[in-house]
Design a protein around this ligand. Structure first.
Ligand code: ATP
Ligand code: MG
Length: 299
C-alpha cells in the first residue's frame, strides 16, 4: 500500500508559545477511511487545514508529504502544494457551494484545476467535463437536481453536491471537516454512507473529522483522537474503550454503541501502527477519460 499522507513533527501555533497542534506524527495509507475525533478545540480542523495547505505549520523540523510530494517543510508551504490542489478534495461543514449557481455549475468548479485557464475563467466547460460532473452527481444520488440553484437545496443535498464536486475534481484524498455536523440524522447517515462507499468502491482515501462518534465507529476502521492538540490514540476503532472516550471528552463523553471487537477486526486491513492510547505517539470515480478535445459549451 502506498503512503498518501505523512506528517512528521508538525506543530501549529496561532499565538507564539501557544501551540494548538503539537508534534503531530502520522501516516495514512492509500484507501484508508480515517476518523479524526476529539473535543471541541482539540485541533481537528486545524489539522485538516494544515494537510490541505490552508494553514502553514510552525517552522521547525516537521514536514507534510501528500501523495508523495512534500507540501510543507520547516514552516514553509512549498510549490507542490498548489499542484496538489486538484488531487485533494475538501468538504466543509457548511458545504461551501455558491448559492446563486446551479448545482451542476458548483460541481463543475471541481474541474477548474484540470481545465485550461481561459475556459475556467469564462465557465466554458467541455462536454467531457460536464459528463464528469453529471456522473459525480449521479454517484451521490443528486443528478435530478443538477439544474437547481444550490441555495434551494437542503443541507444534506448541498453536502452531497460538495462530495460530487470533490469527485469531479478526481480527488485522490477527500478531507472532510465535520461534514455531517449541520445535518439531520437521516441526511447525516446518507452523507457518511456515500463517503464510505466512495472509499470502498473507488479507493479514495478519506479523512473525516466527526463529533458524532457513532458514525466514526460505524464507518471508519481507523480512529485518530486528538486531545489538546496532540494525538492521544491512533488505531483500530475496535480498540477504543468507553474509558478512552471519557478521557477524551471528560464528563461530556457521548454515550455510544462501542464497536464489536471481532466484527471490526475482521473488516480491518492489517495496520502497522501502535493501537493504543498514548500521550506522545511515535514518531476516483475512475471514469474513462478521453483526451480528445471536446466542443466547448457554455453553461
Ligand atoms: N485562525 C485561528 N486563529 C487563532 N486561533 C485559532 C484559529 N483557528 C483555530 N484556532 C484555535 O485553535 C484551537 C483548535 O481549533 P480547531 O478549530 O482546530 O479545533 P476543532 O477540534 O476543530 O474544534 P471543533 O470541534 O469545535 O470544530 C482552538 O483553541 C482554536 O481557538
Ligand atoms: Mg473543527
Amino acid at each position: 500500500m502506498a503512503t498518501v499522507l505523512e506528517i512528521t513533527g508538525a506543530t501549529k501555533s496561532f499565538k507564539r508559545g501557544a501551540p494548538v497542534l503539537r508534534d503531530i506524527n502520522l501516516k495514512v495509507e492509500a484507501g484508508e477511511l480515517v476518523a479524526l475525533i476529539g473535543a471541541s478545540g482539540s485541533g481537528k480542523s486545524t489539522l485538516i487545514r494544515m494537510i490541505s495547505g490552508m494553514e502553514r505549520m510552525d517552522s521547525g523540523a516537521g514536514g507534510i508529504t501528500v501523495l508523495g510530494e512534500t507540501t510543507q517543510a520547516n514552516g514553509r508551504r512549498l510549490k507542490a502544494q498548489r499542484a496538489l490542489r486538484c488531487r485533494v478534495g475538501v468538504v466543509f461543514q457548511q458545504f461551501n457551494l455558491v448559492g446563486r449557481l446551479s448545482l451542476l455549475q458548483n460541481v463543475l468548479i471541481g474541474r477548474l484545476g484540470r481545465t485550461n485557464w481561459a475556459r475556467g475563467t469564462f465557465g466554458w466547460f467541455s462536454q467531457q467535463d460536464k459528463l464528469w460532473a453529471l456522473r459525480s452527481l449521479e454517484r451521490v444520488g443528486m443528478a435530478e437536481f443538477a439544474r437547481q440553484r444550490a441555495s434551494q437545496l437542503s443541507g444534506g443535498q448541498q453536502q452531497r453536491g460538495a462530495i460530487a464536486r470533490a469527485l469531479t475534481q478526481e480527488a485522490e484524498i477527500i478531507l472532510a471537516d465535520e461534514p455531517i455536523a449541520s445535518l439531520d440524522p437521516a441526511s447525516a447517515d446518507r452523507v457518511m454512507e456515500i463517503l464510505a462507499d466512495i472509499n470502498r468502491a473507488e479507493g479514495v482515501t478519506v479523512i473525516v473529522s466527526l463529533h458524532q462518534i457513532d458514525h466514526a465507529f460505524k464507518h471508519c476502521q481507523r480512529i485518530i483522537a486528538l486531545k489538546d492538540g496532540q494525538i492521544v490514540f491512533d488505531g483500530s476503532a475496535a480498540d477504543v474503550t468507553p474509558k478512552d472516550l471519557a478521557s477524551l471528552y471528560g464528563a461530556k463523553a457521548p454515550s455510544t454503541q462501542m464497536p464489536s471487537n471481532t466484527a471490526q477486526k475482521q473488516a480491518m486491513p492489517p495496520v502497522n501502527r501502535p493501537q493504543q492510547w498514548h500521550s506522545k505517539p511515535p514518531s476516483t470515480i475512475r471514469n474513462p477519460r478521453s483526451r480528445k478535445p471536446e466542443k466547448e459549451l457554455i453553461l
